[in-house]
Ligand binder design. Structure first.
Ligand code: ZN
Length: 114
């Protein structure tokens, strides 16, 4: 799998096929597992009211902090998602879990070894 999986878009994958198992299942009325994230602009701190903001971008990354001056590692998963919003869609929680495990595996490979 090539990371980041989502760049300058708000939804991954761009088709209705699950990116883990290739099953044609990512359209209603099929159920799906979604990793959703992003940022909103707060319009009223007292009530925590917020809106989608056109000048925001969404990001999602895994980081390894080397500690003690040792090198860090980063795995970008989502970059420059417009409006600060994104969704990563899967046909099942099992496929979502497989994706997250693949991302952690990719982070582990990116960690500089002594
Ligand atoms: Zn799947």
């Amino acid at each position: 799998m090539k990371f980041p999986v989502l760049y300058e878009s708000g939804t991954w994958p761009s088709t209705h096929r699950c990116p883990q198992c290739d099953k044609l299942a990512l359209l209603s009325p099929h159920p799906m597992a979604i990793l959703a994230g992003g940022a909103l602009r707060v319009t009223d701190p007292d009530t925590k009211a917020a809106v989608v903001a056109s000048d925001c971008i969404g990001l999602l990354s895994l980081f390894w902090h080397g500690g003690g001056g040792r090198p860090n590692a980063q795995l970008p998963i989502v970059e420059y998602a417009p409006l600060g919003q994104y969704e990563l869609r899967f046909c099942s929680t099992q496929c979502l879990k497989g994706f997250l495990c693949a991302a952690v595996d990719a982070l582990e490979k990116a960690i500089p070894r002594d």
